[in-house]
Design a protein around this ligand. Structure first.
Ligand SMILES: [Zn+2]
Length: 411
């Protein structure tokens, strides 16, 4: 094959192959490339400005996309340039975005593979170390993030995610319109959210925030009141039902702890059943629940209180919503369900923020979707101790899967 043929197949814009070497035994291909005659504009890799003088010529080796079963290495002839602002620097080359020994398109391919498979599997497939795959993926995502438009934040979600004993909690701030996470903070204190407002947004950007979907958690509320006083706080369905589920669980524990013996065996492993909503259960599961309810009426009562609370969001008029909430609280009388009385008090104290659901057009269910995506990522792979990586990964997932999630919600 002639060098011009190699050039045509390699397709590195502005570069031509001037030497090639095929090793059939080792299944490797090496191509030496240099700039084409017409491609003489040099830029500084540090500032990106055009520069004139070449100070030095050198070579760099990078791994490129494989050719059939041949592993390909490209040896690039490069110039060191004298930049008036930065001094002696390497020239900027489109296919060499970092100092790592890989071409840009090789990194893109590995990054794309990481979108649908865990790093461990990608590493095996490409014969790379797992840590190398993660580093490539991170650069791939950083490049993607750098070139994309960032929409204004108007409806924000604030949520906490439990990440296990060591990391404890993450605070997740998200854009509910675009369905993507914007920022992660360690812990879930007022200072955590304060840090988001002070480091990530300008005063102008903060004033643009209209609504915030949050849990009834005082730390977040205090931070929101301080930084975005104009924003309406909305206590959303997802968070409130989390509290209701916790109340059901509390009743379950108290009741069956008292009963002991045979009853405890029926109950064992049924916790998640009690936390699932009735409509999502199949016939067999419903039967199991009924059996459980036969043993204890109070647990049944607790379960259906949680279920009926979820219908609060069927109402879109404040008056109707308030009526429903009042009659729901009315049902608690004489039940002696402490956990639910506590919940009722919590709801009454936050009733304004609950009713804000009717007064704002905040897209609901998105906090839950974003939260679910992040949890899925955390479950799928290790190595997210790097929060920046986790964030970019979740953003990319949101950007590429948004339609899928919206579709799921509608179904
Ligand atoms: Zn420069």
């Amino acid at each position: 094959m002639q060098d011009s043929d190699w050039t045509r197949i390699l397709r590195w814009p502005g570069y031509r192959v001037y030497r090639s070497e095929v090793n059939e035994k080792a299944k490797t291909l090496r191509l030496w490339v240099r700039r084409k005659r017409g491609n003489q504009v040099l830029r500084c890799s540090s500032c990106g400005e055009r520069v004139g003088g070449i100070a030095e010529v050198y070579e760099r080796e990078v791994r490129d996309l494989p050719w059939s079963e041949y592993r390909a290495t490209v040896v690039v002839e490069l110039y060191r340039v004298r930049c008036p602002d930065c001094g002696l620097k390497a020239e900027k080359v489109e296919q060499l975005p970092s100092n790592a020994p890989f071409s840009k398109r090789f990194e893109e391919a590995v990054g794309q593979a990481c979108e649908s498979a865990p790093a461990r599997r990608v590493a095996k497939q490409w014969k790379l170390a797992e840590s190398t795959v993660r580093a490539i993926d991170l650069r791939y995502l950083e490049r993607w993030a750098a070139q994309r438009r960032k929409p204004a934040l108007r409806d924000m979600g604030v949520d906490e995610i439990y990440v296990g004993r060591q990391g404890k909690f993450l605070t997740v701030v998200s854009n509910l319109e675009t369905c993507e996470p914007l920022w992660f903070g360690r812990e879930r204190k007022q200072e955590t959210l304060d840090e988001f407002f002070s480091t990530q947004l300008s005063a102008f950007q903060r004033r643009a925030i209209q609504a915030a979907c949050v849990d009834m958690w005082p730390a977040y509320r205090q931070s929101l009141e301080r930084w975005v006083p104009q924003a309406r706080m909305v206590y959303d369905k997802f968070h409130i039902l989390q509290h209701a589920s916790a109340a059901v669980d509390e009743v379950r524990r108290a009741e069956f702890f008292r009963q002991g013996g045979a009853a405890r065996d029926v109950v064992r492993g049924k916790r998640w059943l009690l936390l699932s909503s009735w409509v999502r259960l199949d016939r067999e599961k419903k039967q199991q629940l009924k059996q459980l309810f036969g043993l204890n009426r109070r647990v049944m009562k607790a379960y259906f209180l949680k279920e009926s609370l979820s219908h609060l969001w069927d109402y879109t008029y404040e008056g109707a919503m308030l009526n429903y909430l009042e009659s729901w609280i009315g049902q608690l009388r004489w039940q002696r369900l402490k956990a639910f009385e506590k919940l009722a008090n919590l709801l009454l104290r936050h009733v304004d923020g609950i009713l804000n659901y009717c007064r704002t057009k905040v897209p609901m269910g998105r906090v839950e979707a974003i939260n679910g995506n992040i949890k899925a990522l955390l479950r799928r792979g290790r190595g997210y101790s790097n929060l920046r990586y986790l964030l970019l990964k979740a953003q990319r997932l949101a950007a590429t899967k948004t339609e899928f999630l919206v579709f799921q919600k509608a179904a």
